[in-house]
Ligand binder design. Structure first.
Ligand SMILES: [Zn+2]
Length: 181
């Protein structure tokens, strides 16, 4: 499949890993309007560090797939599970720009058919490249932490809701079972 290699500036500074140890794919949405925004966010460095937060792959609305981090490097995309996982980010506004407002917790942007078929192609490709992959998870299942809402600290909201209720999770899980069998 066609993947546009566009590695982040700190790719070579990310810790290396053995590809055989990778077990899991974690699905995200960017919760940003465009891939350009997502790229900018990926290049922001963590305070006091020389690396930032980003996934390995990004799927744009037109189905184009960009690679930001090499698979044999550990990317920072999920709380506590980075070491043995691959992060896939799908471009979708999510809760942008009021991520933590109590009144804005349900994303409204649908996923395009191109994005979903690109995701399935990417999953098939990854299973071939990384045969040890067995699990697929939603970011929201792995990070259940809550924080006080921006507009009302009495109410708590999830830090991570992605990929969200509009994502065709059932279809992806079914296809993943096929890819894995
Ligand atoms: Zn996420």
């Amino acid at each position: 499949m066609k993947i546009i290699k566009d590695l982040v500036s700190y790719n070579n500074l990310l810790q290396k890993r053995n590809v055989k140890d990778i077990r899991m794919v974690v699905l995200h949405i960017t919760e940003l309007p465009t891939l350009t925004y997502a790229r900018k966010a990926a290049e922001v460095l963590l305070s006091g560090k020389k690396i930032g937060v980003c996934g390995h792959y990004y799927i744009n609305r037109d189905g184009k797939v960009n690679q930001y981090v090499e698979v044999n490097r550990i990317a920072q995309h999920v709380f506590l599970k980075n070491k043995d996982s691959i992060g896939i980010e799908i471009v979708n506004r999510g809760r942008f720009p009021n991520w933590f407002s109590s009144k804005n917790q349900v994303p409204t942007e649908k996923f395009s058919n191109s994005q979903i078929s690109a995701l399935l192609s990417l999953l098939r490709y990854l299973k071939k490249e990384v045969p040890s992959l067995s699990e697929i998870k939603k970011h929201s299942d792995l990070d259940r932490r809550m924080i006080p809402a921006k507009d009302n600290p009495q109410i708590k909201v999830y830090r991570r809701i992605d990929p969200g209720p509009l994502f065709p999770w059932g279809i992806i899980v079914k296809q993943w079972e096929k890819i894995n069998s």
